[in-house]
Design a protein around this ligand. Sequence first.
Ligand SMILES: [Ca+2]
Ligand SMILES: [Ca+2]
Ligand SMILES: [Ca+2]
Ligand SMILES: [Ca+2]
Length: 289
Amino acid sequence: MNDNAPVFQQSHYTVNISEAAPVGTSVVTVSATDADTGSNAHLSFRTEPHRASPGDVSLFYIDAGRGLILIRQQLDREQASQLMFVVVASDAGVPSLSSSALVTVNVGDVNDNSPTFDQAAYEASLSSRALRGQFIIAVQASDDDVTDRGRLRYAVVDGNVRQAFTVDSQTGVIRTANVGHHLQDTYILNVSATDGVYTAFTRVKVTIEQSNSFTPVFSHSVFDADITEHQPAGVIVTTVLAADGDKGVYGDVTYSILGEDADELFAVDSQTGKLLHVVVLVLRDSRLF
Ligand SMILES: [Ca+2]
Ligand SMILES: [Ca+2]
Ligand SMILES: [Ca+2]
Ligand SMILES: [Ca+2]
């Protein structure tokens, strides 16, 4: 007489298995006993969905006779880190009696995803007067693999002319390093983030905002010029030249004459520094300055 239902050895099986485990890997063997005899104690196993996540059961296959559960479809921890299903044991009595147990599968992580940067490109600007160590921008990448979180490492792999910048390998913070008057107008930095296996890249465009840091400096402190008497007006006496260490508009030099009476006798081309005399001179001495 079939008066005993099967009894599982455990009411709840918990298994840890890597998401990298191939299809066909054995997960666990469940077992149950039945106090009856003959077909009333002959057990077969099947799986059933769990109400909380009914799709999980399709990832597994059970050997009905042995209670051996195998992976039927590749697991993916990034999709589901914990899977649940029910396993049922039935005897062959008429009517059949059955009981069930719960199987929980914790899916272990492997590094099977590349990091990705939060932005495909970043832009920042920087004063040309910036000092070493100044913050420019922080780039950030993320990784779906839970074990890679906090493990990503950043580096500037290209475009860092004269090591103008440095990136903190752990935080992604980019700062000035070797800065000075040699700074370019723009930099395109190629920045990488790696989890040790997979690497992602992003572009950081740094624009240098010019500033007025330098005073123009004449090439000579005194320019000597000779001029002959009765020379027609408009002849170039000499050309003065000054240089300015700034770039762009702040490096442009314009010339003008200061000094009493000098501007009545001479004119300077504000752009070129060419010095002309504007009246015919009658001089006793050719030395003007
Ligand atoms: Ca039974
Ligand atoms: Ca995965
Ligand atoms: Ca990864
Ligand atoms: Ca993973």
